[in-house]
Design a binder for this molecule. Structure first.
Ligand code: BES
Ligand code: MN
Ligand code: ZN
Length: 498
């Protein structure tokens, strides 16, 4: 499905359908709509709005034939809801609904849709076109790799029509950045949805290698022997029960100009989390191929960054392994010496993500970055606290966190800060080592954050918990069920804002 922007009179457009938006509390037609209404002899104003009572309620819609009065076959009105409730998140969600509905309708290959939302007065053409395209592209994602019958979308072309010439250029910029972000999200979602039998430490590091070749990034891939020499002991312990060799990947994007800032992104890369000897109940294991979502996310982000080319140096790190029970697994009670020298008593082999992240955070220290952000499907407790549609964020710099949350809001992704208190370390006390890897059931997301804090020296560190949001079992706004690609937009836009 290709999206483009054109400045054109809607009455001259050849398309299967022309889509127009009507606010619930303002049914005066805008100039572009007035021209269409005239050509259609008052079909919109007299018939649809007055006689049929189209109210413009959010996401309500009506489709009618134009009976050859304009070149387009059909006219669709969609409700934009109340002006003061309208924002880019609403617009994204709306366009997702519209494109799905049209894709299911008969004989619609070619859609023209006016640049919606401008008359709300709150948003510029670039943000509106961006939100519209994101909504449509995200909604059309489908993972059909393993279906013998593929789901090709019926709609081939979408044209966003700008009435004003001055809006054309900025709308084009909005569509362009949406395409970059959505293709990065597609990449991330594909990787998360891929079964663990094929998404292994080996194959994912190969995917990262190909990505770096295609995008002109540098990459280092470390094997088990090298990692052992580098003292990634906590990480290697987690992977030791698996038949598959662990890998650690380090990708770098360097700007052409001198970098304004240096950022490290770390993604949790457990390619399958069985729980290890603290084996998970069957039901909880069902979606554990997604435990490398953090890795898939940061790979998506660096793909988008390579296309958008900010003057920021970006490092992407991920420690990839499987958490499996076997004769060689790490055990309850084992004491691990992490890369930074601190000792950890293994209290629960299912709290493996934090062990792998610990060593990567220490490795990140050596890069002397301005900011370090890790992203992980880390705790069930985060899902209990915030559900499947809100991402948890915590760290040691409230301002940095606030900035990420605000960028998230603009990107259509919700984050909420959870606290980390120094004395939460008490819950991690061990009788025989510096700490253990779990606390009690209580405040589980925060205690995991407190654990991680022991392994970073960065003053600007944020930890993002996507356990609930990376993979959802019910559609939400523009997102389909399954992998969401959550935080690709927020983290990319955050880096672009630095
Ligand atoms: N990968 C899981 C967290 C998770 C749960 C992600 C559900 C996505 C959906 C993590 O490794 C884990 O098992 N965490 C444990 C920690 C506990 C043992 C302290 C948890 O949350 O139950
Ligand atoms: Mn686990
Ligand atoms: Zn896990």
């Amino acid at each position: 499905m290709d999206i483009s922007v054109k400045h054109q009179d809607l009455t001259t457009i050849l398309a299967n359908v022309v889509v127009l938006g009507i606010f619930e509390d303002d049914k005066n037609l805008n100039p572009a709509q007035t021209i269409v209404d005239k050509s259609l002899k008052g079909l919109i104003s007299n018939y649809l709005i007055k006689s049929e009572g189209f109210k413009g309620k959010f996401a309500d819609s009506v489709i009618v034939p134009t009976q050859l009065k304009i070149p387009a076959d059909k006219l669709m009105l969609v409700g934009l809801g109340k002006k003061k409730e309208f924002d880019c998140s609403k617009l994204r969600e709306l366009c997702a609904k519209v494109i799905k509905q049209l894709d299911k309708s008969l004989n619609i290959k070619n859609v023209s849709i006016e640049l919606l939302g401008l008359t709300s007065g709150n948003f510029d053409a670039q943000s509106c076109a961006n939100a519209m395209s994101e909504g449509m592209l995200i909604a059309m994602y489908d993972y059909d790799k393993y279906k013998t019958k593929k789901s090709t979308p019926q709609i081939k072309k979408v044209r966003i029509v700008a009435y004003d010439t001055k809006d054309e250029k900025s709308a084009k910029a909005g569509v362009n950045s949406a395409k970059i972000l959505c293709s990065a999200m597609d990449f991330t979602k594909d990787l998360i949805n891929e079964p663990a039998q094929n998404a292994t430490p080996e194959t994912i590091s190969q995917v990262a290698k190909n990505l770096s070749t295609d995008l002109g990034l540098t990459i280092k891939i470390y094997n088990k022997k090298q990692l052992s020499d580098m003292n990634f002991n906590a990480f290697l312990a987690v992977g030791q029960g698996s038949e598959r060799e662990p890998k650690f990947i380090h990708l770098t994007y360097k700007p052409a100009k001198k970098a304004k800032k240096k950022i490290v992104l770390i993604g949790k890369g457990i390619t399958f989390d069985s729980g290890g000897l603290d084996i998970k109940p069957a039901n909880s294991m069902l979606t554990m191929k997604t435990d490398m979502s953090g890795c898939a996310t940061v790979l998506g982000v660096i793909q988008a960054i390579a296309a958008l080319k900010p003057d920021v140096e970006v490092h992407v790190l991920s420690a990839l392994c499987e958490n499996m029970p076997s004769g060689s697994s790490y055990k309850q009670g084992d004491v691990l010496t992490a890369k930074n020298g601190k000792t950890i008593e293994v209290d629960n082999t299912d709290a493996e993500g934090r062990l792998t992240l610990a060593d990567v955070l220490t490795y990140a220290d050596e890069l002397n970055a301005d900011e370090v952000i890790d992203i992980a499907t880390l705790t069930g407790a985060c899902i209990v606290a915030l559900g499947q549609n809100i991402t948890g964020i915590m760290g040691n710099n409230h301002n940095m966190i606030e900035n990420i949350i605000n960028i998230g809001k603009k990107s259509g992704e919700t984050l909420w800060e959870l606290p980390i208190f120094d004395d939460m370390q008490d819950m991690l006390k061990s009788d025989i080592a510096d700490m253990r890897n779990t606390g009690s059931r209580f405040a589980g997301a925060s205690v995991a954050g407190r654990f991680l804090q022991n392994f970073t020296k960065s003053k600007n560190w944020a930890h993002i918990d996507i356990a609930g949001t990376a993979f959802i079992d019910k559609p939400y706004r523009e997102l389909n069920k399954g992998a969401t690609g959550v935080m690709v937009r927020t983290l990319t836009n955050y880096i672009m804002s630095l």
